[in-house]
Design a protein around this ligand. Structure first.
Ligand code: HSE
Length: 440
């Protein structure tokens, strides 16, 4: 084979990043792969909008069939995002014996089981390094570098928009709404930021990482997902007073036959490395039984980092094609028969530490009423802060608990919410304490 011919569907930000990486770094890519990677055809429904790269007119098309029907094109890259028609394009490409590359974490999270089954059936590969963590080689780390490990946990800061907003709130004391406006002005947050700030994007990503880490099929709908839009500056200040930072954490943890997979604002100790990850950066902390702790850090989005990740997939698949090895490394690191559904532990059974912020009238006996209900539900208080009146007639009453069970917490907070002295819904933030973060 004198070259590896590639078809690209989708000339958006990531597609342009791929085109630029292939152009700018064509020499080193050729040296490393041994033959050139040639972008033979680029398909997009919009060929007129201005773009930061120029693509020769003769390779542009609006028809996906121009890629699918071309037998010389051995790898199809899908960078259009969304569910359909991306899924159909990938399935069709695999049916025709082509390897595929995608950056589409939403599609992999929701329809990954079907796509991976199709890849096995047609004996082709699916590469998706750009789907999680942008330019950070997370997928390859889990699939290859840590293949000899049982993964204990993954803690990820996987959404740059949310991390940027939380960083601004922590540094400047700004509100969520103001920090979001700033992120939008900087081009970090989308015009509709809901998938990012409500945790859905991070949930897509941790679903993909969990499948890889635990060699299992995941039911995306079972992943508990909470975002950061309800966090206010006082929560961030109270967290600091207790020695914590608030991060939108995507957590995956092995628990016997089941796994925990959840995304929510989380208090982590200020001295933990993840607490120091600021701005739009992503980071992931993985514990392996043989390797110990591993942490990766970098840009989780952007044209060039993501283009770099897609190009790395092309080189990997290109190498397999050159030696005619078929699917040398299965996409989820394990062979088909080893891939089993694994139940996600229900949130009610979660045991962790909690932060509660109650809004209560400032009168004698309130603290004892609240703590009495907590005690009745087996929830033990570790510390309490009550500061001066902030809202006329009510005060924030803040508590950190020892480990408690989520079902008990839910029942206790419902009972507390019914008290006449409680004036607003209680804020709950889960806490990963130092032992849990560092030593499982
Ligand atoms: N919108 C994502 C983020 C990047 O803010 O991290 C793409 O997954």
């Amino acid at each position: 084979m004198k070259e590896i011919q590639v078809g690209l569907i989708g000339l958006g930000t990531v597609g342009c990043g791929l085109v630029k990486v292939l152009e700018d770094n064509s020499e080193i890519l050729k040296e490393r792969l041994g033959v050139p990677l040639r972008l033979k055809r680029v398909v997009d429904i919009d060929l007129e909008s201005p773009r930061p790269v120029s693509v020769p007119r003769k390779i542009l098309s609006t028809q996906v069939e121009d890629i699918l029907a071309d037998e010389e094109i051995r790898i199809v890259v899908e960078l259009i995002g969304g569910m359909e028609p991306a899924k159909t394009f990938l399935l069709e490409a695999m049916k025709r014996g082509k390897h595929v590359v995608t950056a589409n974490k939403a599609l992999l999270a929701v329809h990954g089981n079907e796509l991976f089954a199709a890849a096995r059936e047609h004996q082709v590969n699916i590469a998706f390094e750009a789907a999680v963590g942008g330019g950070i080689p997370l997928i390859r780390t889990l699939r290859e570098g840590l293949v000899a490990n049982r993964v204990g946990h993954i803690y990820g800061i996987l959404n740059g928009t949310a991390n940027y907003i939380l960083t601004r709130m922590a540094r400047e004391g700004t509100t969520f709404a103001d920090a979001l406006k700033e992120a939008q002005a900087q081009g970090i947050a989308e015009a509709d930021p809901s998938l990012d700030v409500e945790g859905v994007d991070a949930a897509h990503k941790i679903a993909v990482l969990s499948s890889l880490a635990y060699c299992c099929e995941i039911d995306f709908n079972q992943i508990h997902t909470e975002g950061i839009s309800q966090i206010d500056p006082s929560d961030i200040q109270f967290a600091k007073d207790f020695g914590y930072q608030i991060k939108l954490l995507a957590i995956s943890r092995s628990d016997g036959d089941r796994i925990e997979v959840r995304v929510h604002p989380t208090m982590i100790p200020q001295e933990h490395m993840l607490a120091k990850v600021e701005g739009a950066y992503n980071a992931i902390h993985i514990s392996g039984d043989a390797v110990g702790d591993v942490m990766l850090y970098g840009l989780g989005a952007g044209m060039m980092p993501t283009g770099s990740a897609v190009a790395s997939d092309l080189v990997d698949l290109g190498r397999d094609l050159l030696v005619g090895s078929g699917v040398r490394i299965p996409p989820l690191a394990c062979e088909g028969e080893a891939l089993v559904p694994r139940q996600i532990k229900p949130m009610d059974e979660l045991v962790t530490n909690y932060y509660f912020k109650f809004s209560a009238v400032d009168q004698p006996g309130v603290l004892s009423k609240i703590s009495g209900i907590l005690g009745n539900h087996d929830i033990s208080i570790a510390s309490v802060i009550q500061k001066g009146r902030q809202v006329k007639g009510s005060v924030p009453l803040v508590m950190m608990t020892h480990e408690a069970r989520e079902r008990d917490v839910r029942l206790a907070l419902a009972e507390i919410g019914d008290l006449k002295v409680v004036t607003a819904p209680t804020r709950l933030i889960r806490v990963e304490n130092r032992e849990a973060v560092d030593e499982d």
